[in-house]
Design a protein around this ligand. Structure first.
Ligand SMILES: C[S@@+](CC[C@H](N)C(=O)[O-])C[C@H]1O[C@@H](n2cnc3c(N)ncnc32)[C@H](O)[C@@H]1O
Length: 204
């Protein structure tokens, strides 16, 4: 019984540590975002789904300005407090699909779309992409976490629909009327989730 409890506690504690670590402990993601930043001259980042603000801290070290959006008031409070020292970060409260509508959109931006599930439930990804498309700003790159990667056993999320390419292709075509390219993560550590990166085709 004691051993069983210890095993459960160790597993619970390691899951909690991963959730509280940038990119859920995946050390490959920051490197990929830096590559995209340098290749496309990205200066801004908008993260949806702040949770504890763990990934936001890393994003703030990569980009000049970061906006992060959280709909759960308990997480929002924690993230706001934790990120209060970071002058280049704004933590906004609300459903990402509503907050994004009201935001001023700059060019040269990386979206880190990670708002889904937890106590809020559901997934606003398609709405988020529709809003991004409607703003018509230039030089937009998009990273979507918890995405299905064909041929890999990385984790991915399913809500009303799987987070996979086929589901969002029509929305990507709206965001990138001049064409886009994309790739998935080849390697993963930490929570070992899939992630997809989308970017304009022209500037390669
Ligand atoms: C997977 S966690 C985000 C993890 C965080 N980006 C990180 O890497 O540490 C998902 C978060 O999205 C939030 N969320 C869910 N639906 C949302 C929505 N529609 N708008 C904003 N936040 C949402 C949840 O409350 C939760 O904190």
């Amino acid at each position: 019984m004691r051993i069983c409890f210890k095993m459960f506690w160790n597993k619970y504690a390691s899951v909690k540590i991963i959730m509280n670590t940038a990119f859920e402990g995946d050390t490959f993601i920051a490197k990929e975002l830096i590559k995209l930043r340098d290749r496309f001259g990205l200066t801004h980042c908008i993260e949806t789904g702040s949770q504890y603000g763990s990934t936001t801290i890393e994003l703030a070290a990569i980009f000049e300005n970061v906006i992060t959006i959280e709909a759960d008031d308990a997480y929002f409070g924690k993230a706001k407090e934790r990120l209060s020292e970071l002058k280049n970060v704004n933590v906004l409260f609300g459903m990402s699909e509503e907050v994004l509508l009201k935001l001023f959109f700059s060019d040269n931006v990386l979206y880190y779309l990670d708002a889904h599930g937890d106590r809020i439930g559901g997934c606003p990804l398609k709405e988020e992409l529709e809003i991004i498309a409607s703003k018509g700003h230039k030089n937009v790159c998009i990273a979507i976490h918890d995405f299905k990667v064909p041929g890999k056993n990385f984790g991915f999320d399913t809500f009303d629909y799987e987070l996979c390419y086929e589901e969002i292709e029509p929305y990507l075509k709206m965001v990138y009327p001049d064409g886009f390219d994309y790739h998935y993560n080849e390697e993963a550590d930490g929570a070992r989730q899939g992630i997809a990166y989308f970017y304009p085709i022209k500037k390669i």
